[in-house]
Design a protein around this ligand. Structure first.
Ligand SMILES: *Cc1c(COP(=O)(O)O)cnc(C)c1O
Length: 858
């Protein structure tokens, strides 16, 4: 061939993205034209790119519908144990391409859209991200949904349909500016409102003593309207449901009791109720005790539990037996996973339903509740742990507060019996923290209300068990587990890096997509010169493509032959973007000191959102953009060093930058990053890691061999020793000339000439109250970066390490993670049964005459 392939042609060559088939393509074109006409009400003369996106989205959606209905019928008929993943965040990103891949339609769609004279990548880029998450925790929930569907589990994601997701980040004069994420403005073709399943949620009110027990009365009601989004498994005809609740005011809101006579005001006040699902709180790893957030947490929990109990009662387990024994089988039929403590109120809420409404005895209700719930801890940073003021909970949920007190009393009785005369232990283990404002410790509630508690990487689970919640492990050691996080290889390889996915398939076949451990088969190609060249060619093409994207979207030029050194994640002091920034300044000083000395060219790309209320994180962004401005415009530096702050980092941007990365920065202070999942995405996509022994980095090094990563800096024990000794930043500053030079340059106002003291609060923090000890790891980090540059000069040796890393990344599939949850926590089996595709007869239902008239039960 004389000319290079276009992206579209490259995509069409890739067989793992489905068979092209002439009928298939013709069918898709027909569907597309039909939707353009009937759904979008446009013809090709007036249609916009967005219209074409919607026409394609609806065409692809049509292929989901039959499988979705069939899957839910199948669950209704077979009644397998249901798994409910409760989360305040589902960071889904885009849906179109993921759906085409999981349905095996990508190639046929590429061809159809090509024949229609359109560019499918341009259409895909129109789609808004579903940004209903902040970072790792929300993205984990999204990866888990993909894996649960791919493994054929009867699973549901339950959350909130935020009208506004994570804000859009703009950089203006170097500062972060937030814009509202009005992601639903153009409509969402992937969701289906289900008003027939709307449910009431109660707030405020008081507790009344009646003959038949306690009653929660005089409440304000908000309605929860469910929106269902299909979650297709990879090539197995399974389509699960993510059900997100939207808040609606009842039609008599404020009319019955209060604003009699002020109809207009009553209608306007409906906003107050509907604000509950208005906006995602933009905090990552930080607890902000706002009343509206507490309302969100109870809203999702109350609606979801009603739904779960309704579905249980409609099953053969819930309907036939007597009311007194009916719920005995509840934990055999229902597993509820709590994604952090955010949905912790599910525990007292289920107790309230069992005790107050279903009239179960307390001990029986508590036993069933414990057997039903499991809790995942995501952080040990104290500022992130939820501790709700008792007064606030009493006002909003008076009955739940009583229940929490009762749970606590019985819990402390147990502790007292096992550890007599240990008052301090009782104080430490109480659900209620005394002193100052009384608060409820939600992690304590989750631990005692669950049968399983897990951390998200080995090192983190050890800290959870042996340090942060040691008292609880003394009480019930068997509860504590580890479930190392993972990522879905469908989105994070097939979708985002088709060139690499195909190259791997050529070498080891296609089965690795569902069994990522098969990547170890790549080990035998580590010394294969052709494979080495092919791997580095794919990386180079991805880098060129990303460079073109940056030039087109942001008008910045970068050199695709420089090393792409990428640090993308939420901006947080513990993630130490500041340490990266000090390395950039150090490289700059070295170039200026000796401009003729050889230098391995680098493009440092840093991206991530700062919580709008996190002042220091915003100053860190400002410092990075200021340093970038100086470095990028210094003629002495030229092409050797460029610094890019990547605006508005989000799922769809991660999909672009990760496949183009050479070096992945994972440099948190040891003991602070619970797992990380960004680290895994980079490893799978052929980037090398520079990182500390923290989170899942430890297991990445274990899998690949420590010699194949760039591991540096303090281990947890070193951090602990330094804490005992007392961390003194000044010592490092005086001892390390390059550190001193970098800090002095910031302090001199060199990067902020119009306001020389702009970054004083940053440098003061680093000297006087740096909880994350940047200076203590600076020297090891810079030395390690020098090793990185050395190796990068040797392209072949570099790529050998890349291959070893890809080959060792199989453990980090979320399929593996979910199999472990299924086996060790949920007690369910992955199913190999392929639900019949919509155009084939249903063997299950057709034999059972009762089922043929069965209405769809969601
Ligand atoms: C994976 C991912 C994260 C988590 O990254 P970490 O490096 O683990 O913090 C955050 N944001 C987005 C958009 C992601 O895709």
């Amino acid at each position: 061939m004389s000319r290079p392939l276009t992206d579209q042609e490259k995509r069409k060559q890739i067989s793992i993205r489905g068979i092209v088939g002439v009928e298939n393509v013709a069918e898709l074109k027909k569907g597309f034209n039909r939707h353009l006409h009937f759904t979008l009400v446009k013809d090709r003369n007036v249609a916009t790119t967005r219209d074409y996106y919607f026409a394609l989205a609806h065409t692809v959606r049509d292929h989901l519908v039959g499988r979705w209905i069939r899957t839910q019928q199948y669950y209704y008929e077979k009644d397998p144990k249901r798994v409910y993943y409760l989360s305040l965040e589902f960071y889904m990103g885009r849906t179109l391409q993921n759906t085409m891949i999981n349905l095996g339609l990508q190639n046929a769609c590429d061809e159809a859209i090509y024949q229609l004279g359109l560019d499918i990548e341009e259409l895909e880029d129109i789609e808004e991200d579903a940004g209903l998450g902040n970072g790792g925790l929300g993205r984990l929930a999204a990866c888990f949904l993909d894996s649960m569907a791919t493994l054929g589990l009867a699973a549901y994601g339950y959350g909130i349909r935020y009208e506004y997701g994570i804000f859009n980040q703009k950089i203006r004069d170097g500062w972060q500016v937030e814009e509202a994420d009005d992601w639903l403005r153009h409509g969402n073709p992937w969701e289906k409102a289900r008003p027939e399943y709307m449910l009431p949620v109660h707030f405020y009110g008081r507790v009344e003593h009646t003959k038949s027990g306690l009653k929660w009365v005089d409440t304000q009601v908000v309605l929860a309207l469910p929106y269902d989004t299909p979650v297709p498994g990879y090539m197995n005809n399974t389509v699960n449901t993510m059900r997100l609740w939207s808040a609606r005011a009842p039609n008599d809101f404020n009319l019955r009791d209060f604003n009699v006579g002020d109809y207009i005001q009553a209608v306007l006040d409906r906003n107050v109720a509907e604000n509950i699902s208005r906006v995602l709180y933009p905090n990552d790893n930080f607890f902000e005790g706002k009343e509206l957030r507490l309302k969100q947490e109870y809203f999702v929990v109350a609606a979801t539990l009603q739904d779960i109990i309704r579905r249980f009662k409609a099953s053969k387990f819930g309907s036939t037996e007597s009311v007194r024994t009916m719920f005995d089988s509840f934990p055999d039929q229902v597993a509820i996973q709590l994604n952090d403590t955010h949905p912790a109120l599910a525990i007292p809420e289920l107790m309230r339903v069992f005790v107050d409404i279903e009239k179960l005895p307390w001990t029986k209700a508590w036993d069933i509740t414990k057997q039903t719930f499991a809790y995942t801890n995501h952080t040990v940073l104290p500022e992130a742990l939820e501790r709700w003021p008792v007064d606030l909970v009493e006002k909003l949920l008076p009955r739940h507060l009583q229940i929490i007190y009762e749970i606590n009393q019985r819990h402390l009785d147990k502790v007292r019996a096992l550890f007599p005369n240990d008052l301090d232990r009782l104080r430490r283990m109480s659900l209620i923290e005394e002193g100052g404002v009384k608060r409820i410790n939600m992690a304590h509630l989750c631990i005692i209300g669950s049968h399983a508690v897990n951390g998200v990487a080995k090192i983190h689970s050890d800290i959870v068990k042996n340090q942060v919640f040691k008292d609880f492990a003394d009480l019930e050691p068997e509860k504590f587990q580890n479930k190392t996080n993972g990522i879905t290889p469908r989105r994070w390889l097939l979708l985002c890096n088709p060139g690499l996915a195909e190259l791997i398939a050529e070498k080891i076949g296609e089965d690795y997509v569902k069994d990522l451990s098969q990547l170890t088969k790549l080990h035998k190609f580590v010394n294969d010169d052709i494979f080495i060249r092919e791997i580095s060619k794919v990386k180079q093409e991805n880098k060129v493509k990303f460079a073109q994207f940056l030039e087109k979207e942001y008008n910045v030029k970068i050199n695709p032959s420089s090393m792409f050194d990428v640090h993308v994640k939420r901006i947080h002091e513990y993630k130490r973007q500041l340490m990266n920034c000090l390395h950039i300044i150090t490289m700059y000083n070295r170039i200026k000191r000796d401009p003729m000395k050889p230098f391995v060219p680098r493009t440092v790309i840093i991206g991530g959102k700062a919580a709008p209320g996190y002042h220091m994180a915003k100053m860190i962004i400002r410092l990075i953009t200021a340093v970038g401005h100086v470095v990028n415009n210094d003629p002495v530096v030229g092409n050797k060093l460029k610094v890019i702050f990547l605006e508005n980092y989000r799922v769809s941007l991660a999909e672009k930058v990760i496949p183009a990365t050479d070096l992945s920065e994972q440099i948190s202070t040891a003991g602070t990053e619970a797992s990380g999942t960004g680290n895994m995405k980079f490893m799978l996509n052929g980037a090398l890691t520079i990182g500390t022994m923290d989170g899942a980095n430890v297991e990445m090094a274990e899998e690949a061999g420590e010699e194949n990563l760039f591991i540096f800096g303090m281990r947890i024990q070193d951090v602990e020793e330094l804490d005992k000794k007392g961390y003194n930043a000044q010592e490092y500053y005086e001892k390390l000339p390059e550190l001193k030079q970098a800090i002095d340059l910031i302090k001199s106002g060199f990067f902020s000439p119009k306001q020389p003291d702009l970054f004083n609060e940053v440098t003061n923090m680093l000297f006087h109250h740096d909880r994350f000890k940047v200076f203590a790891d600076y020297e090891a980090y810079v030395k390690c970066q020098d090793t990185v540059s050395q190796l990068y000069m040797n392209a072949k040796e570099w790529t050998k390490l890349v291959i070893r890393n890809i080959a060792a990344s199989g453990k980090f599939s979320s399929d593996r993670t979910i199999k472990e949850y299924a086996r060790d926590i949920w007690n369910v089996e992955p199913s190999d049964i392929k639900i019949p595709p919509p155009n084939e007869p249903r063997d299950v239902a057709d034999k059972n005459p009762n089922c043929t008239t069965q209405k769809l039960k969601m």
